[in-house]
Design a binder for this molecule. Structure first.
Ligand code: PEP
Length: 258
């Protein structure tokens, strides 16, 4: 049994003051929902303030990216130990990082190794572009991203509780992110069941392939979340735009608890 998992990726939205306001409004609704691992991923600048507001709750905190080196002359970057002081999760390889900031499967791989080494749970994003989708290359691209992004990991060493591993994958077709055009739930489930879990099976064996939570991401809204969560291989969602609204994000998390 995989515990449902829903994370909100705030992207580059919310100052510290705005973050405090949003979290204060969101916490009571989220706290009332049981049986779902819930995570908020604000910008770096708001991590400390949001952490203080989440203290004592069962709501986790994550960052949206990090460098893989523990320290060094990398102006503007944030390291794994810096994050490990503040939060438990980190999104890695989001398509916006791949598209706008030159992130590759190789950098994703460095970051995933570093996250796990520092006790952070990586939420690793994979997904094909529209052109790749239209060219019938979805399986090839997603399979490559999983295999290269997770290459060389020893997943037997990372925590397992209640049948889950502390590695999470988000299948996010690039054409569905922020466009209002979500994938179909059946289509997304097929990519997870036919591409992502088989790649995990080949790389890490049966137990890991069944224990890793795989999320769907791409224009998830409260009105469509339940359809995705009813799919057998989709274990939750990585939510962008809708995670900035209490009236959207709380019902999405609620849908995952059923
Ligand atoms: C995301 O940022 O990972 C995402 C899926 O965004 P949105 O929900 O806005 O499409």
């Amino acid at each position: 049994m995989r515990t449902p998992f829903v994370a909100g990726n705030w992207k580059m939205y919310n100052t510290v003051a705005e973050a405090r306001h949003l979290v204060s409004e969101m916490v009571p609704g989220l706290q009332a929902i049981i049986g779902v691992e819930k995570v908020l991923c604000p910008p770096f600048t708001a991590l400390l303030a949001v952490r203080a507001l989440l203290e004592g709750s069962d709501i986790g905190l994550g960052a949206q990216d990090m460098h893989w080196e523990p320290s060094g002359a990398f102006t503007g970057e944030v390291s794994p130990p810096m994050l490990a002081e503040l939060c438990q999760y980190v999104i890695i390889g989001h398509s916006e990082r791949r598209t706008y900031f030159g992130e590759t499967d190789e950098t994703v791989n460095h970051k995933v190794h570093a996250a796990i080494a520092h006790g952070l749970t990586p939420i690793v994003c994979v997904g094909e572009t529209l052109a790749e989708n239209e060219a019938g290359r979805t399986s090839e691209i997603v399979s490559r991203q999983v295999r290269q992004g997770l290459y060389g990991l020893d997943l037997s060493s990372i925590g397992e509780g209640q049948g889950n591993t502390s590695l999470v994958i988000a299948y996010e077709p690039v054409w569905a992110i922020g466009t209002g055009r979500a994938a179909t739930a059946e289509g997304a489930n097929l990519v997870v069941s036919e591409v992502i879990r088989p790649a995990l099976l080949e790389m890490f064996g049966e137990q890991v392939s069944q224990a890793v939570r795989v999320l769907y991401g791409g224009s998830v809204k409260a009105s469509i979340a339940a359809v995705f969560f009813s799919q057998p291989d989709i274990d939750g969602a990585l939510v962008g735009g809708a995670s900035l609204k209490v009236s959207e994000f709380v019902p999405i998390v609620q849908a995952a608890s059923r």
